[in-house]
Design a protein around this ligand. Structure first.
Ligand code: SAH
Ligand code: MG
Length: 192
């Protein structure tokens, strides 16, 4: 099956793909919430993108990747899975890409230090009852460890700050789900 090949490709190229249980949780959520349109930040080689598109034929996905080689591999994989009509891949830095469309769900899975930036930028592309999901908010459980490496420590602190940002957000209510590497699910408060 193509998706198994994509898993192997990702391992070879050292691309962190969404973990199995996190993906399973996400796919269930897509069904439950009847999600039709998705914006993904961080395509990688298309593993999570293709998985989400296969949930049902109504789902349309736009996904942004800044690395050219990964983008091209993702295009290849999407083609092989015959999903070019429902998956639009964009090559570029998501920080510089402005979209006007609105989506039912936004999945943030790119540079972990930029989570807050992406949340704040793309919240305007979210439909009224939409969800923003962020992957890796447990960051290999390092958020609970004492870390000495300086760069890693900075990154872990950023993730902790992001969690706090979500917890204290005025307009969104967030649940943290301990599946895979940790997902946050943020929903706009209905009273707004
Ligand atoms: N969602 C994928 C994995 C993505 S890995 C999956 O689960 O299959 C994270 C990806 O985000 C990397 O490929 C990296 O190149 C990309 N990325 C990081 N910063 C980015 C940015 N500013 N804009 C677009 N893509 C970015
Ligand atoms: Mg991830």
């Amino acid at each position: 099956m193509l998706l198994d090949k994509v898993t192997v490709q990702a391992r070879e190229k050292n691309i962190p793909i969404m973990q199995k249980e996190a993906l399973l949780y996400l796919k269930k959520l897509l069904k439950k919430e009847k999600i039709k349109t998705i914006l993904e930040i961080g395509t990688g080689i298309g593993y999570s993108t293709i998985n989400m598109a296969l949930v049902n034929d109504n789902i349309k996905i736009t996904s942004i990747e800044k690395d050219k080689e990964r983008y091209q591999m993702a295009c290849d994989n999407v083609k092989k899975q015959l999903l070019t009509n429902r998956i639009q891949l964009i090559l570029g830095d998501a920080k510089e890409i402005d979209l006007t469309e609105k989506f039912d769900l936004i999945l943030i899975d790119a540079a972990k230090s930029s989570n807050k930036y992406f949340f704040e930028k793309f919240q305007y592309n979210l439909n009224k009852k939409g969800l923003i999901i962020t992957d890796n908010v447990n960051f290999y459980n390092l958020i609970n460890e004492k870390i000495t490496n300086r760069n890693l420590k900075q990154l872990v602190n950023k993730i902790k700050k992001y969690r706090l940002f979500l917890e204290q957000h005025e307009h969104f209510k967030t649940s943290f789900i301990d599946v895979g590497d940790g997902l946050s699910v943020s929903k706009r408060r209905s009273d707004l």
